[in-house]
Structure formats: structure tokens, C-alpha cells
Ligand binder design. Structure first.
Ligand code: AMP
Length: 223
């Protein structure tokens, strides 16, 4: 099963993917997490992509495809995978289709998460991450604040605001999404694999409910 999580930054793709990977028993690959790991480990690849990520721009397609192709060739994805944050451009989507075609596979479902714009900005700029790379916990100052300000509940390390959570970068990321990634909605609509749903705390529709609906939809489609 090949499942894609599509949606603007901070819609909750990663959180829903975390639930789905347990329920479906397949791994979830987050391109953003792989990139951040390369940056924190100061690899050659990390040095090349940092400048784009810091500005909220997309990493160039050739670099993304180099990394994803090698990751998709690993053994743990043979029975299926959830792709969180990839593809993000038409070129990446076409390259993925070609990659899958060679193995007689195809994209089975694209979960398109929608959240009101102002809610997205509020979510992003209030996000705080644990500075301990082993812990990686994520907080939100409004929705899920830490018990002690600035300190991780789980491991006691200081929290910090990721560069892409700063207001000007967050705004740019949404513009980049509209320009580069939103066209994928139509791309996947045409092949009949798109499942659009809302994730918004304002209507109390959160990640567990969304994940449950995705599971139902997969069952309805016999997947
Ligand atoms: P994310 O954690 O998915 O929001 O990704 C964080 C950042 O990583 C994005 O703002 C981009 O700079 C970069 N990135 C992640 N995935 C991709 C992709 N598929 N194509 C281009 N850039 C990406």
C-alpha cells in the first residue's frame, strides 16, 4: 500500500501518519525529518539543503529525488509506505509514479488534509520543539503547552522555536505550498486516488478522528 499525506505545512500530516503507521503496520517516511537529521548531523547533503529549508523554500527536486529514491529502495518499505511531505511538486509526483511503475505498484490513496489558513499560521508560530534530538517532542503553546514554560515534559531539555516556525518563514512556506504543491490536488484527483478531509481544532475534528476516517475509506476501497 502506498499512501501519500498531502496538505499545507502544519495541517497535521505527520501526526496523522504516526497513527496510520501503527494501524496499517507500515513505515512512514517524512522527507522533512530526513532533511533535518542530515542538517543536524552536518552531512554533505545537509549542507546543500540547509539554505533552502532555512528560508522556507523547497529543496530542489533533484536533491529530493536522490534522497527519496535511495530511501524507497530499503527493505522495510517493500510491503508499503506512508509518504509524509513527499511529493511536493509535479515533477516529484511524476518521478514517484515512474519509480512505482517499474515495480508494478501505484499510489493507492492520497490523503489531502485541509485546515483554515489562519489556524495554520497560529499552529505553526506557536510550535516549540524539544532540543534533545533523541526525544524530539513537539509542543504547541496554545493547544498542547509544556507544564513548565520552555522545558520539555518528557526529558527536561530546553524547548526552542524551529526556524520554519518563525512568522515570516511560516508565511513563505504557505505561499510556496500554494504555488508548488497545491497543483498536486488536481493531479491526484484525475487518477481517482484523492481523499480530501478537514483537520481543524475549531470544529473539534482532530488527528484520531481523521485517521479513523482514512482507515474506513481504505476499507471501502478494498485496500
Ligand atoms: P516538513 O517537515 O515536511 O514541513 O518539511 C520541512 C522543509 O523540508 C520544507 O519546508 C522544505 O524546505 C523541505 N522539504 C521537505 N520535503 C520536501 C520535498 N518533498 N520537496 C522539497 N522540499 C522538501
Amino acid at each position: 500500500m502506498i499512501l501519500i499525506m498531502l496538505g499545507a505545512p502544519a495541517t497535521g500530516k505527520g501526526s496523522v501518519a504516526e497513527i496510520l503507521k501503527e494501524k496499517l503496520n507500515i513505515p512512514s517516511i517524512s522527507s522533512g525529518d530526513i532533511f533535518r537529521k542530515n542538517i543536524s548531523e552536518e552531512t554533505e547533503f545537509g549542507k546543500k539543503i540547509k539554505v533552502f529549508m532555512d528560508k522556507g523554500e523547497l529543496v530542489p527536486d533533484d536533491l529530493v529525488l536522490e534522497m527519496i529514491t535511495s530511501r524507497l529502495n530499503e527493505d522495510d518499505v517493500k510491503n508499503g509506505v506512508i509518504l509524509d511531505g513527499f511529493p511536493r511538486t509535479l515533477k516529484q509526483a511524476e518521478a514517484l509514479d515512474k519509480m512505482l511503475e517499474k515495480e508494478n505498484k501505484k499510489v493507492d490513496m492520497v490523503v489531502n488534509l485541509e485546515t483554515p489558513r489562519d489556524e495554520l499560521l497560529e499552529r505553526t508560530t506557536n510550535r516549540r520543539n524539544c532540543s534533545n534530538k533523541e526525544c524530539n517532542s513537539i509542543y504547541n503553546l496554545i493547544l498542547h503547552p509544556p507544564k513548565v514554560e520552555g522545558i520539555c515534559d518528557k526529558c527536561g531539555s530546553p524547548l526552542y522555536q524551529r526556524d520554519d516556525a518563525k512568522p515570516e518563514v511560516a508565511k513563505n512556506r504557505l505561499e510556496v505550498y500554494d504555488r508548488e504543491t497545491a497543483p498536486l490536488v488536481n493531479y491526484y484527483k484525475k487518477t481517482g486516488v484523492l481523499y480530501t478531509t478537514i483537520l481543524s481544532q475549531r470544529i473539534n475534528r482532530m488527528k484520531d478522528e481523521v485517521a479513523q476516517d482514512v482507515i474506513e475509506e481504505l476499507k471501502n476501497k478494498g485496500l
